[in-house]
Design a binder for this molecule. Structure first.
Ligand code: UDP
Length: 194
């Protein structure tokens, strides 16, 4: 796969269809994929904070936004083939997945994930939300959050804690999370709640 490499952070030049195929395969084969939608802001944060760069290195990253596309032009002489942002892409992926999947929604303010879950059940009736948890928890509560996720054992974990927290959460805990797809989704739950 073609990619843009900057300071060890690698952004895959995938098309939407290629990414969907990869996510679908992880669900079917029950392997784990951790996905981040990388924008220029995240890349800047990674350049300033080595710990964040390390976290991003353990994720599959796709390109989100004009800033990262300009980096691609500058460093590789061409744009990314497609712009892949989570807010458009995750609803499209859930629609494309005809097999029933289970989801856990982690993040946003109290009440938001539950409302997003109700809306999701209306739009994607083939899927089922098996757990929700708001995104304002202390480091001491992280163990309990992980236990809640693992008790629900979702196919897909959407992590909406904002940057850099969501990518750091995924990178740090993925190996002890019982889920196939872990994705950092920014403000998606707020949009989903309407
Ligand atoms: N968020 C959260 N916990 C936090 C900080 C943010 O769950 O400690 C949620 C916030 O409520 C929102 C999402 O993360 O639903 C994205 O937050 P924000 O818009 O600040 O981040 P960005 O979209 O810029 O990454």
């Amino acid at each position: 796969i073609d990619r843009l490499d900057l300071e060890g952070v690698s952004i895959s030049d995938l098309t939407r269809d290629e990414l969907f195929a990869r996510l679908h395969e992880a669900l079917e084969r029950r392997t784990q994929v951790c996905l981040g939608f990388c924008n220029a802001n995240m890349l800047l944060k990674a350049l300033c904070a080595p710990a964040y760069a390390t976290a991003l290195r353990s994720l599959v990253l796709v390109s989100d936004g004009l800033g990262i596309d300009l980096c691609s032009l500058l460093f590789r002489g061409r744009f990314f083939r497609q712009n892949l942002n989570g807010t458009d892409l995750i609803p499209a992926f859930l629609a494309a997945e005809t097999a029933p999947r289970t989801l856990f929604l982690l993040g946003a303010k109290p009440g938001i994930a539950a409302t997003a879950a109700r809306n999701l059940a209306l739009v994607y009736s083939q899927h089922r939300v098996v757990g929700v948890r708001h995104g304002y928890f202390s480091p001491e509560e992280t163990g309990a959050v992980l236990a809640e996720i693992n008790a629900a054992s979702p196919d897909i974990l959407l992590v909406a804690l904002g940057n850099p927290a969501q990518e750091q959460f995924i990178a740090e805990h993925a190996h002890r999370i019982d889920a196939r797809l872990l994705m950092g989704v920014g403000a998606l739950l707020d949009y989903g709640a309407g």
